[in-house]
Design a protein around this ligand. Structure first.
Ligand code: PLP
Length: 342
């Protein structure tokens, strides 16, 4: 590594050490070539296995919750409160990490997916969260982040009255992007694994993963193109969200934001028919990856990322590509009825 690169690695590492963490993830995660998928598409595709972060079936949320639970421990919390979609991976991992920390977990599930069946409502992540001992609540709205957070605050109030110390993991962009620190850390990890890529494909939902990764790479002087694949909002709306989360992240870290506006790339070609719902292209991408690589993708996030990558392979010849696997496989068991080809 060049001396100035080593210096930026050290600086960012030191900066992150100032934030409390619980360090429950199995890190670093492997970077592996996807040889058969590469051969089938005439591209050079690799994978970052963040589906292998360990605790509670892993995924990207382990890196994010590492920092949230660090705060919870520092505050002496006894109960963790979190909100998400019915098949949310975030709440499942929160329940696992809270259990391991000896804390209770309260999960609010939002109705984001219309026409969902019983399998979606009971299986997969819902089943696992129950197994982990979490208390589940239902929230009737799917697109009311502020309202969902407000109800969590009321629940926290009730718990406080009962003598508990609640800690809320907030989802709305009005809270600091603490979870994105986990992906600033992941950028550091990738650079230190000494792999260099032309392009990275990653899901962009709350955008904490996308924003953290992009912020971290640019802070380290790395110029890899990062494609955020939209899973919930169109690319114009999502770009504004990433932009504002990057600003918040610069404030949180007290560092300059080195990301140029043109660097915020969003692709919404795989978004239809909407959040948590599969298209035939996404289903095909999931089946192809399973059958060529023995690797599972999920219908809500990583399947869409792979579908977006597949749609671009003609333009990606000769480039070294990293598919960032963010996990989510337990949701597959909530979607068994959505696979038309099986
Ligand atoms: C939550 C999630 C994402 C999206 O990450 P954000 O940080 O919310 O943008 C991607 N993949 C999986 C499997 C997830 O659970």
């Amino acid at each position: 590594m060049l001396p100035e690169k080593m210096q930026s690695v050290k600086m960012l590492t030191d900066r992150l050490l100032e934030f409390p963490r619980v360090r429950m993830g199995h890190l670093p995660t492997p970077v592996e070539p996807l040889s058969r998928l590469s051969a089938a598409t005439c591209c050079d595709i690799w994978v970052k296995r963040d589906d292998c972060t360990g605790i509670g079936f892993g995924g990207n949320k382990v890196r994010q919750l590492d920092f949230y639970l660090g705060q919870a421990v520092q505050q002496g919390a006894t109960q963790v409160l979190i909100t998400g979609a019915v098949q949310s991976n975030f709440v499942r991992v929160a329940a696992a990490m809270a259990a391991r920390q000896g804390m209770g977990c309260h999960i609010q599930l939002e109705e984001r997916v219309l026409d969902a069946d019983d399998t979606y409502r009971q299986n997969g992540n819902v089943f696992l969260s129950r197994m982990l001992g979490a208390t589940l609540y239902s929230y009737p709205e799917g697109e009311d982040e502020v309202g969902a957070d407000a109800r969590l605050f009321r629940l926290a109030q009730d718990l406080r009255s009962a003598g508990e110390v609640p800690f809320i993991v907030p989802l709305a962009p009005s809270s600091p992007p603490t979870g994105a620190l986990g992906y600033v850390d992941a950028a550091l990890e990738l650079i230190q694994q000494n792999h260099f890529f032309d392009d990275i494909f990653v899901a962009s939902g709350s955008s904490l993963t996308h924003s953290g990764l992009l912020f971290g790479l640019r802070a380290l002087g790395n110029s890899t193109t990062v494609y955020g694949v939209c899973v919930r909002r169109d690319r114009v709306t999502q770009k504004e969200r990433v932009r504002s989360r990057l600003r918040d992240l610069a404030l949180l870290l007290d560092m300059p934001n080195n990301v140029l506006d043109a660097d915020i790339r969003l692709d919404d070609c795989a978004l239809a028919p909407g959040y948590g719902r599969m298209s035939t292209e996404t289903e095909a991408a999931i089946l192809k990856t399973a059958r060529l690589e023995g690797m599972f993708l999920d219908p809500v996030y990583t399947g869409k990322v792979m579908a977006a990558l597949m749609a671009r392979t003609n333009k990606l010849r000769g480039r070294k590509i990293l598919f960032w696997h963010t996990g989510g496989q337990p949701a597959l068991f909530g979607y068994t009825n959505s696979f038309n080809d099986l």
